[in-house]
Design a binder for this molecule. Sequence first.
Ligand code: SF4
Length: 460
Amino acid sequence: MRVNIIVSYVHRTLTHDVIQPAQKQACFRYPFFSYFMAPLNQSKTFKDVTCPFCSLLCDDIVLNNQSGGLTIRQNGCPKAVRGFQRQDPHIQPTIHGKESTLDEAIAHAAEILGKARQPIITGLGTDVSGSRAAMSLAEITGAIVDHSHGDAAVKNIMVLQTSGWMLTTLSELKNRADMIIFIGTDGHSNYPRFYDRFVWQQDSLSGLKKNAREIVYIGNKLKTLKGISPDGKKPTVIKCTDESLGETVSVIRTLLNGNDITSKSISNRKLSDLKKLSGRIKHASYPVFVWAAGELIPAHSELTIHSICELVKELNKSSRAAGLSLAGSNGGVSFLNVCTWQSGYPLRVNYTAGYPHYDPYNYATTEVLGKTEADAMLWVSSFEADFIPPQTSIPTVVLSRPSIKNALDAEVYIPVGTPGLDHTGNLFRTDNAVNLPLKQVRQTGYQSVSDILSRIQDRL
Ligand code: SF4
């Protein structure tokens, strides 16, 4: 009976595609020991784990792996709990909704992308290695590349390209900013530990007292409770519609430049609030203006970001100030960097002509699919299982965190590991200043995006 079990275990191990290559090798060399090998997930506590589920990349998570199930013990947030503690189903790759081997799925994906005259590689929720592999595949197949957060990223890029900006880092905000002005974002809804880690923390290298910061919100329907200091000081809230954010920032700029405002579109009360705020900004040692391009309404976001960046530049003529862009979760900052250093351009690039052609508007995924310019799509989402690819009738290859829904809808579906959970990797933080290493904290056997894309490329 023992022999039967060993044979069955070794057979399952060698034929099952989701087993790690190293384990396969070990089982092949030492079949007897394979039966006694440690289970894929032993109980273990991991410290200083980097969380990959938003671009703050908190690197102080303590979590426990109990027989493969992850539990956050310290320093999580609801988003991290969802990401780490999700029980991913054990599923096989599929072709047209039917289970296949990984080899068959890779071969079919290569066939789709190899035949396509204009493929698009998008979503791109992956780490640095996955982004590099995607760029390499795009070059070989003549594909367009875009990211799921491309619309927001492009708004920032356009401002950077046309007029430049002066940004700070999360560390500098934590240590030096005595005034933080949130514009169109509360900094909390999409980045849950922003205040705990960077605003109301105990220590500050520059000796800034934790209650000393002044918090200001400009916008509409922002959740401002997190802006109350530990000793109960309330933040300043200046309400304005999403559409008038750019105008409000421009008014502050005008007042800071010593000019008067006579516009009838601004009420007397609001004008007097803005005058008071301008005075306080002028006297702050280091005001930081925070925005999140993805939370601004698209039609106005570029103008608003431009106004903020010009305001910061003007303040720096006589004192010190900086901007901070909250952006690039789902591997967005990493892909932007990789795309830039591989192609020479930030997002959105097309390799059809054999060289990278940059067009931030016409190569947007929605544009390309809407005009039926692509004839195959590769969608990558290794952090979010439920990040559904856009609807399209063209052949679609999906690489995502294991998801039964995605498996049913795609022509080829390949479940992949999540960076920072199933394999090691690297990601860039929102401020672009730090690249953080990701740990492997469990063993599901799902391969990385980088491995799968490389195997697809090898088949072309
Ligand atoms: S704030 Fe972001 S990076 Fe930090 S634990 Fe929550 S999801 Fe993870």
